[in-house]
Design a protein around this ligand. Structure first.
Ligand SMILES: [Cu+2]
Length: 291
């Protein structure tokens, strides 16, 4: 089963590479911005939207190739042994118990493979864990069940609640249900953003796959991570810690806008977009925090 999974992943990776010109999910949202998120029946990682995710995909592909080669090699070797040395063909088995050359090879080759995997893995872990010189900060607080966002550096913008849109609202604004929110986190593109993640009650996890970001939100602890979004668009993620009965109802929507647009957004006190304001004013069923 493992072997099959590994093989299918690699075949999938090849297919994705062949079709890389086709961005299946990228579609024009009503706002004119591209959307990035999971695609129906998708089975590969989402397209990279940040430098960390770019590197993550490279490491993932490298490991896929290596494990596929190992699985194939062991599988073929086993098949050869079972057929070639079966009792009817080989009634008197060899009593050989040592072969120095083979023992050196099967020790050294795995060590080399592990080193080949370890170097890019450690680089990636370091890149994710060590924050570069960031240009702004976003505070993300997990709440049972929604997300609270604020900018510690911009005091004129109050902390706001990001609730999911219900099915009707999502359809109305043409966004995916269970991913779209009424008030997304807004960040500028081409900016290194520090993300402080914590929680007020349950443990949650703030995860945006196309950013290569997944950070636990733990009460009493402030975790930090970072991202730098390449291009403008709407990016989706979900809470990735099984946090309770409405765990599925904690989508994450991040809107990456131009620096000028972001400056305008901050100057306006973080006013939400009209389409969401209309929905909320129109008496739409906005889900409260604890129902
Ligand atoms: Cu959660």
């Amino acid at each position: 089963m493992r072997a099959l999974n590994a093989m299918s992943s690699t075949i999938g990776a090849g297919l994705v590479a062949a079709l890389s010109g086709v961005a299946a999910f990228a579609q024009d949202a009503p706002s004119g911005l591209n959307e990035f998120g999971p695609e129906p029946k998708g089975w590969f990682l989402q397209d990279a939207a940040t430098p960390v995710m770019e590197e993550l995909i490279v490491v993932h592909n490298l490991v896929q190739i290596i494990i596929t080669a190992i699985v194939l090699f062991v599988f073929l070797l086993m098949a050869y042994i079972l057929i070639r040395f079966r009792e009817s063909k080989n009634p008197v088995p060899s009593k050989t118990s040592h072969n120095t050359l083979i023992e050196i090879v099967w020790t050294v080759v795995p060590v080399i493979l592990l080193v080949i995997i370890a170097i890019p893995s450690m680089n990636l872990l370091y890149k994710q864990d060590r924050l570069p010189e960031t240009e702004m900060t976003v505070k993300v607080v997990g709440n049972t069940w929604n997300w609270l966002y604020s900018y510690p550096e911009y005091e004129n913008v109050e902390e706001w609640v990001s609730n999911p849109l219900d099915e009707t609202q999502a359809r109305e604004v043409g966004q995916p249900y269970l991913l779209a929110t009424d008030a997304p986190l807004v960040v500028p593109v081409g900016t290194k953003v520090k993300v402080l993640v914590t929680s007020v009650n349950n443990m949650h996890s703030w995860a945006v796959p196309s950013f290569g970001v997944k950070m636990d939100a733990v009460p009493g602890i402030i975790n930090e991570t970072w991202f730098e979004v390449f291009e403008e668009g709407t990016y989706y993620g979900q809470c990735s810690e099984i946090c309770g009965v409405r765990h599925y109802y904690m989508p994450i929507e991040v809107k990456a806008v131009s620096k000028a647009e972001f400056a305008r957004f901050i100057a306006a006190g973080g006013e939400p977009e009209d389409k969401f304001a209309q929905l909320n004013d129109g008496g739409g069923a906005v889900v409260s925090a604890n129902d």
